[in-house]
Design a protein around this ligand. Structure first.
Ligand code: ATP
Ligand code: MG
Length: 392
């Protein structure tokens, strides 16, 4: 029996002339990811990526890895045979034996992308369904509400039999939409915003602002753990750890308290933009969410973003917290995010932050600082840490 995984492509099939390059990106991403697991043959035909394992390859691990690769909308494990109706029946009997023994009802659904096959889809479904019903008398054919659907696909190279598909990660292949910098704190939100932009095909450079000794070494480890957890979706990344202590102290000692957070966030933007430009990245991603905290009002965000030329992408802006948490749980970052280490944002939080600042007021409040020198110093002190998915 020829065990194979069929991955159906998502919206990239709408890309017209660019479609080939999207497919090529996806194939490269898949190959790179599966290299960790074993030896596989990967090819694309008719909007489907085929993944065949070499003898003894771990198909279960491959399937799990493929579920996290962007660009695949659904996937299924399937068995292949020659394009012959009786070969298909024989394969279905063997491959889906356990499922057919358990289900009270079933139907066969056929699809023919090879139109030279001598039966129509309906004829083939009826034939295979009839034969299976004889071999498995305890399950009856029910075309309206079956417990099990047996799928038969007649494609270019072979016929394939499989059970229900599972949803893939969706989105666009990583790297098909450029690179962005993502601000990664240790919180719940920014791992989710990072994931959401990666899902649109964007490679990411995580940037973390680190205020040692106000925030501990453990807080840094936590961020690196989050970044590592994200690599399953985002691929291997290099985290840029920016020393932020001096900037925060300068703000605390020289600027009005009500603007601490906003000035700090403006420094984050400036530094993120420098890192972006140095790495050819075209946007800055944050986990901001309208109204969640004082610095996430529209006025506060205007003050923060006024110093950035690049677009600031805020994929969580209109989400409810509980939906963000749900996504964080699905991604597997939630449990790490709630570890109790402090973030630099909470180090010098003003008692009464201004929620409706004027951009000019914030700019005036920070004018006492040597902004350029502080940014240069932070950039010069960056520590770069590579994170990769386990097994590599
Ligand atoms: P999160 O849950 O992501 O920490 P938050 O709800 O705590 O977000 P803020 O503290 O206002 O919100 O931060 C807003 C965004 O700014 C974060 O989502 C993140 O993108 C970025 N950010 C905050 N602190 C840091 C940090 N220390 N390093 C890097 N980025 C940060
Ligand atoms: Mg936070």
């Amino acid at each position: 029996m020829n065990d194979i995984i069929l991955c159906k492509l998502g919206e990239m099939i709408l890309k017209g002339l660019n479609r080939r390059s999207f497919e090529q990106k996806l194939l490269n991403n898949i190959k790179k990811r599966l290299d960790n697991i074993g030896s596989f043959k990967v090819y694309c035909l008719q909007s489907t990526v085929y993944v065949e394992g070499a003898e003894g390859a771990d198909m279960v691990a491959a399937f799990e890895a493929l579920r996290k690769i962007f660009g695949i909308i659904k996937l299924e494990r399937a068995a292949a045979c020659e394009k012959d109706k009786d070969a298909i029946v024989a394969l279905a009997k063997e491959y889906l034996k356990d499922e057919l023994l358990q289900a009270k009802s079933f139907k066969v659904e056929s699809k023919r992308s090879d139109k030279s096959f001598p039966m129509t889809s309906i004829e083939l479904s009826q034939y295979v369904g009839g034969e299976l019903a004889e071999v498995f008398p305890d399950t009856k054919v029910d075309v309206h509400d079956p417990e099990l659907v047996v799928f038969v696909e007649i494609r270019d190279l072979a016929a394939y039999v499989h059970g229900p598909a599972v949803p893939g990660a969706g989105g666009m292949p990583l790297g098909s939409n450029g690179t962005a910098v993502t601000l990664l704190s240790g919180g719940i939100d920014s791992p989710v915003s990072t994931y959401m932009i990666a899902r649109r095909g964007v490679r990411l450079i995580p940037v973390h602002f680190f205020s040692f000794p106000y925030t501990s070494e453990l807080a840094k480890e936590k961020v690196l753990k989050l970044a590592t957890e994200l690599t399953e979706y985002c691929g291997n990344m290099t985290v840029e750890i920016v020393p932020f202590t001096h900037i925060q102290e300068e703000i605390k000692f020289n600027c009005p308290e009500e603007f601490f957070t906003l000035i700090m966030r403006r420094f984050m933007m400036r530094i993120a933009e420098r890192i972006a430009k140095d790495n050819g990245a075209k946007a800055i991603v944050t986990g901001e969410n309208l109204g969640q905290v004082a610095s996430q009002t529209m006025e506060a965000m205007a003050a923060t973003q006024a110093v950035a030329e690049l677009p600031v992408l805020q994929p969580l802006i209109g989400m409810d917290k509980q939906d963000i948490i749900k996504l964080a749980r699905q991604l597997g970052t939630f449990d790490t995010s709630i570890l109790p280490y402090e973030d630099c944002c909470t180090v010098f939080t003003p008692k009464h932050p201004r929620t409706k600042p004027k951009v000019a007021e914030v700019a005036a409040a920070e004018a006492v600082l040597d902004v350029e020198a502080l940014v240069n110093e932070a950039i010069a002190g960056i520590e770069r840490v590579k994170v990769s998915y386990s097994g590599e």
